[in-house]
Design a protein around this ligand. Structure first.
Ligand code: NAD
Ligand code: UPG
Length: 483
């Protein structure tokens, strides 16, 4: 098929590139001239694993091109995807100005019937409103369909080729069938194509993101409770996760969720609920729990130092909102850094991909370190905010030598807590240890033996549970001091 993608950001560039790889002819369009020039020069404006090679291959093979010229690029296109940003607006709802602007431009340029596919995340009713607006401009017949995107940054290529499902909202079956044709190469029994009304497709995207965000806020709240009561969230997660109704996924506690999607989509749904006067108390709580959670790490640090960190050197590992991306939108690291600076600390930051973006915000207020270890030089504390793989098994000996004081605040529970304690560090994770307690958690505290399990190992590789662990009563020191 001949495809035009309007908006060449994370979603547009990944979708356009992958669709070209399936054999379609794709033009990715953007109003950002610098971005298009960069792509034309063979450079990729974002960090997304695997993307650069795939772009180069499809450009070389003549299936992928870039342009700022929307009217010329959509001429003769079978499908015109809209993948522009829909950021949070002043009201809390999604700002759809980009979608309307593209719709207007497409309508003004349309010369033959076409299908416009909204891939951006948009509130329910956008499909109908875009149809209305465009019909007022052009006499050329067209369809508008919804095709929400579920990719995750850092795993976007894999998510495209192996989606859990493809959701399409269309008014006419012919339109759904055209999109079925497009996606057929990546569909299987386990990866179905789900056609529905546009309103349901639009709603599906928000419901998915809000449920995922709810899981994170829920487990974060439980982790905080664990801290308060001396329970250990890793054990609690194992205790609940084997119930297959609950499972293990998206229940990793941390410094709060960030990114360009969850925060704004949760607020957009709250706004949508307000517009129709329907209470949305649970999702409101998801948002406020997350705002609180972003403060947990700075609070832990301040509490540990008795309320003052003025003049101290704090190292921050990880700035991106999650690993394998350079995206810092709504990253909890930004909240932490601002709090540390406000409290008078000197902040040394590092991240394998996201330092450039952070420098644009904080400029000379921070020290930017190329390696995690150089960030630790004479540091009074280390805070980890992004769970990049390279931070998971650090050289504790080297860290000891570099740091002035040995305390680690692990905002992603990504370190092996026992190893950190054994190396002589004080350690605080999210829901992992009661503040003030320095009791190492050793294997002897694990009450039951669990056979090796790839699922638990993948999220909980810190614990070696491959041998039977026998409870040694003498070593069993209740964490909860009163009991
Ligand atoms: N980033 C993700 O992981 C992800 C995943 C699923 C869905 N989404 C949704 O997809 C949409 C796009 O997100 P993104 O992260 O790719 O955004 P982005 O900000 O990375 O990219 C958007 C691009 O659209 C361009 N643009 C804006 N207005 C334009 C116009 N009038 N004409 C041409 N280009 C225009 C911008 O210059 C920018 O390059 C959003 O609605 C988002 O919620 C994002
Ligand atoms: O158990 C977890 C899982 C994630 N996170 C955090 O949640 C945020 C979002 O993570 P993730 O969902 O992996 O990244 P995104 O790229 O934002 O992807 C989400 O948002 C996209 C945009 O809508 C959707 O397409 C994806 O399906 C959805 O997962 C990050 O800050 C993570 O650190 C946690 O704290 N705990």
């Amino acid at each position: 098929m001949k495809i035009a993608i309007v908006g060449t950001g994370y979603v547009g560039l990944v979708t356009g590139t992958c669709l070209s790889d399936l054999g379609n002819h794709v033009v990715c369009i953007d109003k950002d001239r610098a971005k298009i020039s960069m792509l034309e020069a063979g450079r990729i404006p974002i960090y997304e694993p695997g993307l650069a090679g795939l772009v180069a291959k499809n450009v070389r093979e003549g299936r992928l091109a870039f342009s700022v010229d929307l009217p010329r690029s959509i001429d003769g296109a079978d499908l015109i995807f809209i993948a522009v940003g829909t950021p949070q607006g002043k009201s809390g709802g999604a700002d759809l100005s980009g979608v309307w602007a593209v719709g207007r431009q497409v309508a003004e340029s349309l010369r033959a019937p076409a299908t416009i596919v909204i891939k951006s995340t948009v509130p329910v009713g956008t499909n109908a409103e875009l149809t209305r607006q465009m019909s007022a401009i052009t006499p050329v017949p067209f369809d508008v369909a919804s095709n929400p995107e579920f990719l995750k940054e850092g795993a976007a290529i894999d998510d495209f080729f192996k989606p859990d499902r493809v959701v399409v909202g269309a008014r006419r079956p012919e339109v759904a069938e055209r999109l079925l044709e497009l996606y057929r190469p990546i569909l299987t029994h386990e990866r179905p194509f789900l056609a529905m009304a546009p309103e349901s497709a639009e709603m599906t995207k928000y419901v998915a993101n809000c449920l995922l965000a709810s899981k994170i806020s829920f487990i974060n709240e439980m982790a905080n409770l664990c801290t308060g009561y001396g329970a250990h969230i890793d054990d609690v997660r194992r205790g609940i996760g084997y119930d297959c109704r609950i499972g293990f996924q998206f229940l990793a506690p941390g410094a709060g969720y960030g990114g360009s999607c969850f925060p704004k989509d949760v607020r957009a749904l709250i706004h949508m609920a307000k517009m129709v006067g329907i209470p949305c108390q649970m999702i409101e709580a998801v948002d406020s729990v997350n705002e609180y959670q972003k403060e947990v790490l700075p609070r832990m640090i301040l509490n540990h130092f008795g309320g003052s960190i003025r003049g101290m050197r704090i190292a921050v590992w990880g700035l991106a909102f999650k690993p394998e991306t350079d995206d810092i939108r709504e990253s909890p690291a930004l909240v932490l850094i601002e709090e540390l600076l406000q409290a008078g600390a000197f902040v040394r930051v590092t991240d394998p991909q996201a330092m450039g973006h952070v420098r644009e915000i904080f400029g000379s207020r921070l020290v930017y370190c190329e390696s995690p270890y150089s960030a630790l030089e004479s540091a009074d504390a280390l805070a980890i905010v992004t769970d990049w793989d390279m931070y998971r098994a650090p050289n504790f000996q080297l860290m000891r030598d570099l740091m002035r004081r040995r305390i680690i605040f692990d905002g992603r529970n990504c370190l092996n807590e026992a190893a950190a304690l054994q190396a002589g560090f004080q350690y605080q994770g999210i829901g992992r240890l009661t503040p003030g307690s320095s009791r190492p958690r050793t294997r002897a505290n694990i009450l039951e033996h669990v056979p090796p399990d790839p699922l638990t190992e993948s999220f909980d590789s810190a614990w070696d549970i491959s041998e039977p662990a026998v409870l040694a009563p003498a070593e069993w020191v209740p964490l909860h001091k009163e009991s």
